[in-house]
Design a protein around this ligand. Structure first.
Ligand code: UT7
Length: 340
């Protein structure tokens, strides 16, 4: 049976940092409230860059670290809820052009909100193991600052911009063991950007009512996220007969420290096995898992063969989890090669 592996990971962080102190000047909030309720201290903001620009930077590095030539990439899938353009062209097509990938490759966007990277893993795994493609570039990238209402204190403190990317390739070892993706559209209204779609067209009223921005019933989303994720991670471990002790690193979607902590406690995982970046980057939706994965990789924590458990929950609702052995080259080896 054919196997697929995540053979590289990379990310790109926009330079500008938006701190809790900056937000105190915009809305009635405090650093103390934000840190206590979410764990977030700062987030990155893309200024003169669109989603495809930040995505291209992460994707270029992911290809470089995979050891493949860019003409060996035969599909590119981008998960984003902040595409460059509302309808077309897709952000994936723009990234492919920016990178100078082969004309004619398969390129498309998916919309699965914060669960985007888990959906990408399932798609890439299926494309590679079915024999349809050999090397799939997957990118989670968001410029959430373009849909955040900086007059709404209940949401503007949460979100940031960023991009993460990886390459999934045919491989005999360190495979993607299992991916589970799910959805429940009945809860769509609890986390929604109502405006600028066929249900709420772009007109003066839409803008006046700020319908083009994220609206969230945070408390309800929080409760459902905790109960859904604690169940989902247990199920994927049981299904694959893997105990939580065997997990080297837990890399959750970075929405709120308290959600991550609840799942970590359910699995009885020690702090050192949990990758946390929410304090530095906030919630970057589909980019959050690959950005966190890359953080742990560049810090030398994640190595070739590390057993990883990922989970995510987001708008839709969508959620999912993944179990995989990381197949990338040890970062120390890459950095030594760059030095020599
Ligand atoms: O990534 C996709 C999934 N998204 C998530 O998982 C996010 C899930 N939700 C959350 O993380 C949390 O619900 C929030 C961090 C958004 C909010 O925390 P909470 O503990 O659920 O607070 P709350 O919404 O119940 O609000 C509690 C109080 C309210 O005041 P009253 O009514 O008790 O007087 C809010 O008005 O806190 C107030 N509040 C704030 N105060 C200071 C809400 N936002 C702020 C703020 N600063 N920024």
């Amino acid at each position: 049976m054919r196997k697929a592996s995540l053979i590289s990971i990379a990310s790109y962080l926009p330079e500008r940092i938006l701190t809790n102190a900056d937000l105190e000047n915009l809305v009635e909030t405090s650093d103390e409230w934000i840190v206590k309720r979410t764990g977030i201290k700062e987030r990155r903001i893309a200024q003169d860059e669109a989603t495809s620009d930040i995505a291209t930077k992460a994707a270029r590095l992911a290809i470089e670290r995979s050891g493949l030539r860019s003409d060996e990439i035969d599909a590119l899938i981008c998960a984003t809820i902040t595409p460059d353009h509302f309808c077309m062209p897709s952000t994936a097509c723009k990234i492919a052009a920016n990178l100078g990938l082969n004309t004619g490759i398969t390129a498309f966007d998916i919309s699965a909100a914060c669960t985007g990277f888990i959906y990408l893993l399932e798609l890439a795994n299926s494309l590679v193991t079915s024999g349809a493609k050999k090397n799939v570039l997957i990118v989670g990238a968001e410029k959430l600052s373009s849909i955040v209402d900086y007059t709404d204190r209940s949401t503007c403190i949460l979100f940031g911009d960023g991009a993460g990317a990886g390459v999934v390739s045919l491989s005999d070892e360190n495979e993607i063991i299992d991916v589970h993706t799910a959805s429940d559209g009945r809860f769509g209204d609890l986390l929604i950007t109502p405006g600028q779609g066929s249900a709420c067209v772009a007109d003066e009223n839409m803008l006046k009512n700020r319908q083009n921005f994220i609206k969230m019933n945070g408390n309800e989303v929080f409760k459902i996220a905790v109960s859904t994720l604690t169940k989902d991670v247990v199920e994927i471990l049981e299904k694959n007969k893997i105990s939580s002790d065997e997990i080297d690193f837990f890399i959750p979607h970075q929405a709120n420290f308290r959600i991550i902590d609840a799942v970590k406690q359910r699995l009885k995982l020690p702090d050192e096995k949990c990758v946390l970046t929410v304090q530095k980057y906030g919630n970057t939706s589909s980019a959050s898992i690959p950005m966190a994965l890359n953080d742990a990789y560049e810090n030398g924590r994640i190595k070739n063969g590390s057993l990883l458990l990922l989970d995510a929950f987001g708008g839709g609702f969508t959620w999912g989890s993944a179990l995989l052995r990381f197949g990338g080259v040890d970062f120390d080896k890459i950095s030594n090669a760059i030095k020599s």
